[in-house]
Design a binder for this molecule. Structure first.
Ligand SMILES: [Mn+2]
Length: 325
């Protein structure tokens, strides 16, 4: 039987979730002969193409719910996990009647989807997660932005940080499907040492320092809110801690960037802010108002490339709202 795993693309936790799920399925479910991988990204419009689902098992990890009857597994920890109220009703019905209770798992209290899969696998299926402890630990650090400092996050000494950069910003769509099976078997350092990964890193580090320079020139900060617009310099991604590295005193960041398929509004909270959680705005709620989503401390909104003006208007409104907060 085929098992296809749909994962949050360009995301370290998405790749680790797909990797952990592969090993979980191989060791505890044992019905699949082949595994294949399909990355999903948030975009304006439809998220799933039904034609991508295979006969056999289709698993979605670290990404929004799909009510398609072909989806047989789902794990997510995003606060904005349901695109529509109908999707949420479909999930709740499967939990209430028990039919999907051991197949579909949602818990927004988890820092990473990787650790949600690990705990579920261990507790409900007897999955031995000990060989993957390094992966699970780093998925929590990266997805929860639990770095020691903005300096550690931007200077990227740890192998997990460099892999995160490669996953988030490489233009090579085959990279993550190639990394996922390696992450089930090897240490992060060993994965990083692979020739095809090393080849990517040099140019990506150069781009990283160039992005730092660009954001330094563009970023302004007022009433604790950093904002910048780099839509004239299209990028497939940048290190999201750069704004706080440049302006450690700020509380929020609202960035506008452009890639091949979307204009993206990125909204974040400084992970090293001294403000108590009770004083911070819920960014998932703000982003949902514009059709985006995410977590309480970090969210995003995707606009189609021809709606740059709407994206810029959203930035203006969100910046004003956060400055008042
Ligand atoms: Mn995640």
């Amino acid at each position: 039987m085929n098992c296809r795993i749909f994962y949050h693309d360009k995301c370290f936790d998405g790749a680790c979730s797909a990797s952990l799920f592969t090993r979980f399925h191989r060791e505890c479910i044992r019905t699949a002969d082949t595994f294949s991988y399909h990355g999903l990204v948030h975009r304006a419009g439809t998220l799933f193409d039904e034609r991508d689902f295979v006969d056999g098992e289709n698993a979605i990890v670290d990404f929004k719910y799909s009510a398609s009857p072909q989806v047989t597994w789902w794990f997510d920890h995003h606060q904005s996990a349901f695109l529509t109220p109908e999707d949420q009703k479909d999930f709740e019905a499967g939990q209430a009647d028990g039919s999907q209770r051991m197949r579909k798992f949602f818990n927004p209290n988890y820092v990473s989807c990787t650790s949600l899969i690990a705990d579920t696998g261990r507790i409900d299926f007897g999955f031995d997660t000990a060989p993957l402890n390094e992966l699970i630990k780093w998925a929590d650090i990266v997805d929860g932005a639990r770095y020691k400092s903005a300096k550690a996050a931007v200077e990227m000494a740890e192998p997990a940080m460099k892999l995160t950069m490669a996953i988030e910003s490489s233009a090579d769509n085959n990279l993550v499907p190639r990394l996922i099976p390696l992450l089930t078997e090897m240490s992060l350092q060993h994965v990083l040492d692979q020739g095809f990964v090393q080849e990517l890193l040099g140019p990506l580090m150069d781009r990283h320092w160039a992005a730092l320079e660009l954001i330094k020139q563009r970023a302004t900060v007022d009433h604790g809110v950093i904002t910048f617009d780099i839509t004239d310099q299209p990028t497939e991604g940048y290190n999201k801690f750069i704004p706080y590295y440049l302006h450690p005193e700020a509380t929020y960041n609202v960035g506008l960037s452009k890639s091949s398929f979307r204009v993206k509004v990125s909204v974040g909270t400084n992970p090293w802010t001294k403000l108590p959680a009770s004083k911070l705005a819920n960014l998932a709620v703000i982003c949902e108002r514009y059709g985006g989503g995410g977590h309480a401390r970090v969210g995003a909104i995707s606009f189609s490339p021809d709606r740059e003006d709407d994206a810029r208007k959203a930035v203006g409104e969100i910046v004003a709202e956060l400055r008042r907060a």
